[in-house]
Design a protein around this ligand. Structure first.
Ligand code: BG6
Length: 477
């Protein structure tokens, strides 16, 4: 059986940016209109951006400080999710709502109370919990003081968070995810590891891979700690999947695909699932002048504490070629256009079969339970007379769900859950826009924080509700 669910992430959903919540890296990213090449600019977390953000200049809008105002609307939102009938809810914890600087010994009581409500609600309503312990945002204090994940010290601070979470909420969680999309640390360091870009220079490979290595060790040590504390639930790795195609059958295109897939998609999950660095990283590190300090103890901990399940986000597929070709956007990456596919307004190429292919590939590679931890369609919706007619989103769900069911029933992939991304409209992680909506629940707020922030059920809400109901009935037969 597949559990059907929905997801949000703290920095994109909560808001509730008061002095008590410490500032994190996402709180520093301003909204820049798209005409201003926003997707590129907001990807760069530089010291200058941070210094500007700390001034709290009210002429600049910081969307992650407002999110979807979930902090204020929590009860209403949870009731809407219950009405929708989701069987699994994926949400994340804001590290700085619990530990404002990331170094405190005791968490903030209000922060704890806020999350208590979600855990209790899910338990009472028999909604399974998929908990992301860290979804991109890194405490700014740790970044400024210690260089964030480039510093090994971060592992200990992360484990302090994990220990509190295990002791306080361990009994509620079914699926644990220490890090969202861990491979984003490579192709999108500002998100994945909260890495600050040196002025006028590209992110350094050395720093990127050091940061990732520290996250790998934190991941393994978190599982070790959970075992020691006898925490229930399973631990997962999550990657962003791109389903690569070669543009032509030219052998060079296909070979390039293999190399891109290794570094962009598989490298991080290979480490976390197989418990060691894959062979292909050795030559990559050599060519890119990366010299990691991997101790014998690191190797042992990775080997002894791999993840139990694999999860991934999938929105669109990608194309690889050695030639010059027309480009389009994908999730935090740029790719080549596929002549056979249509794309969203943001250029993400819609490919339901690609999801089935990805499920097969992921299962082939790791041979363990698989969870689609993010999928959905980002679109501009129009609210008219309190209604949103989002037939395009329903079509997207319908075509993708059919492929998931085929992957499970016809191909035999062990799919455990499907989690629709941004089930309630939230701020886009890539473009910082509110206009890029994924939800089945509309939130009346705009790119600059104007609006009532009232909630409205879209047509897709009723469609998904009906779909889940039917799945439940089938289960009972
Ligand atoms: C994933 C992230 O990369 O894609 C989410 O885990 C993000 O945080 C989602 O929101 C969709 O991307 P975007 O840029 O459309 O918000």
């Amino acid at each position: 059986m597949i559990f059907w669910g929905g997801a949000t992430a703290a920095s994109q959903y909560e808001g509730g940016f008061a002095e008590k919540k410490g500032m994190d890296t996402q709180d520093c990213r301003p909204y820049l209109p798209r005409s201003n090449n926003a997707t590129v600019q907001t990807r760069l977390l530089s010291q200058q951006t941070i210094d500007e953000a700390k001034k709290n200049n009210d002429q600049i809008y910081y969307p992650f400080r407002v999110g979807a105002k979930g902090y204020e609307h929590l009860e209403e939102d949870l009731n809407l999710l219950k009405e929708l009938g989701i069987q699994i809810y994926r949400f994340s914890l804001s590290w700085t709502r619990l530990f404002p600087k990331g170094i405190e010994e005791e968490p903030d009581k209000d922060g704890v109370r806020y999350y208590d409500q979600i855990f209790e609600f899910c338990k009472k309503n028999k909604i399974k919990i998929f908990l992301t312990m860290n979804h991109y945002a890194v405490p700014l204090y740790l970044v400024e003081q210690y260089g964030g994940w480039t510093n090994r010290l971060m592992i200990q601070y992360y484990l302090n968070l994990a220990e509190f979470v295990f002791k306080h909420w361990g009994e509620y969680v079914d699926y644990w995810l220490p890090f969202n999309e861990i491979n984003a640390g490579y192709f999108s360091p500002y998100n994945g590891t909260g890495l600050v870009k040196p002025e006028d220079r590209a992110y350094s490979n050395q720093k990127v891979f050091e940061s990732l290595h520290h996250q790998f060790i934190a991941n393994a040590k978190t599982i070790q700690l959970a075992k020691k504390l006898k925490v229930r639930g399973q631990f997962g790795a999550m990657i962003s999947c791109f389903c690569y195609y070669p543009l032509t059958s030219k052998p060079e295109d296909n070979f390039k695909l293999v190399k891109e897939e290794q570094i962009n998609q598989w490298f991080c999950s290979d480490v976390l699932m197989k418990g060691q660095y894959p062979y292909y990283m050795e030559s990559f590190f050599e060519k890119n002048n990366v010299d990691l300090k991997i101790t014998e103890n690191d190797k042992q901990i990775l080997r002894e504490f791999p993840c139990d399940f694999i999860s991934f986000s999938y929105y669109s597929s990608s194309v690889v070629t050695t030639e010059e070709a027309e480009k389009t956007a994908g999730n935090l990456v740029v790719t080549t256009k596929n002549p056979y596919l249509k794309a969203s307004e943001w250029g993400w190429q819609i490919d339901a079969v690609g999801l089935r292919t990805t499920l097969n590939k992921v299962y082939d590679r790791y041979n363990c339970p698989v969870i689609i931890s993010e999928n959905g369609f980002g679109a501009k919706d129009v609210l008219v007379n309190k209604q949103v007619h989002d037939s395009y989103r329903i079509d997207y769900f319908d075509s993708h769900f059919k492929e998931i069911i085929k992957a499970k029933k016809e191909d035999g992939v062990d799919v455990r859950a499907y989690i629709a991304w941004g089930i309630i409209d939230i701020v886009s992680a890539g473009s910082c826009e509110m206009d890029k909506r994924y939800g089945v629940i509309y939130v009346d707020g705009d790119n600059e924080g104007n609006g009532t922030y009232h909630r409205y059920k879209k047509d897709s809400f009723y469609w998904y509700q009906e779909f889940i109901k039917k799945q439940n009935e089938r289960k009972r037969i």
